[in-house]
Design a protein around this ligand. Structure first.
Ligand code: SF4
Length: 193
């Protein structure tokens, strides 16, 4: 059973000046699978992350939506928060209320409505998320370059100069590609071959 928690961030006034964050948290409470929603001043702060951890335990949450800034900024932060609370870090979705909403709008009513829609989408997405696990696979540090034209030859040389073994494959009897068919090249009139 999905038990989604939604955490709406003020980001000081970065979000709350343009988005009615209390209203967004209130609207989230009636979304499917949501059992807990709240707003908080600075969600990424240590106390903010503590609030998420406590709510996971207290309300037995198994899916989290953080409605704050871009995932580029803080997705790893909140993934670690989930991990430290015993939840798989991929059971997190972020709704970007800052870069994609408060920073690009001025009409508070419309921005708030858009923020509610963004949260609704994140809740729908996280409800379908499965646990994911990272794994490490050993790789062989050798390269295969297909095509012995000028680009293939240069790529093979660059990789070899970086210290890796390269195999260059060419379907014709000779390498050089189109370049080898030319006589001279502009502007130096060097012999192409
Ligand atoms: S989580 Fe993002 S939006 Fe919230 S306070 Fe931190 S930087 Fe600002």
């Amino acid at each position: 059973m999905r038990r989604v928690g939604v955490f709406v961030c003020h980001c000081g006034t970065n979000i709350s000046a343009t988005v009615d964050v209390e209203k967004v948290a209130e609207a989230a409470k009636s979304m499917p699978n949501v059992v807990f929603a709240m707003d908080y001043k600075y969600m990424c702060s240590e106390p903010g992350q503590g609030v998420v951890r406590d709510a996971i335990k207290e309300h037995n949450l198994n899916r989290i939506v953080v409605a704050s800034c871009s995932p580029r900024m803080h997705e790893p932060t909140f993934q670690k928060t989930l991990d430290s609370a015993g939840l798989n870090p991929y059971l997190l979705e972020m709704a970007n209320l800052r870069e994609q909403c408060s920073w690009v709008h001025t009409d508070k009513e419309k921005a708030t409505q858009k923020a509610i829609d963004l949260v609704r989408m994140a809740v729908a997405k996280v409800s379908r998320n499965y646990e994911l696990f990272t794994s490490t696979i050993p790789i062989t540090k050798r390269a295969l370059v297909i095509g012995g034209g000028i680009a293939g030859m240069q790529a093979a040389l660059d990789i070899a100069d970086s210290g890796y073994q390269v195999t260059l494959v060419e379907r014709e009897a000779t390498i050089g590609g189109k370049m080898a068919m030319l006589d001279k090249t502009f502007p130096t009139l060097d012999c192409s071959a």
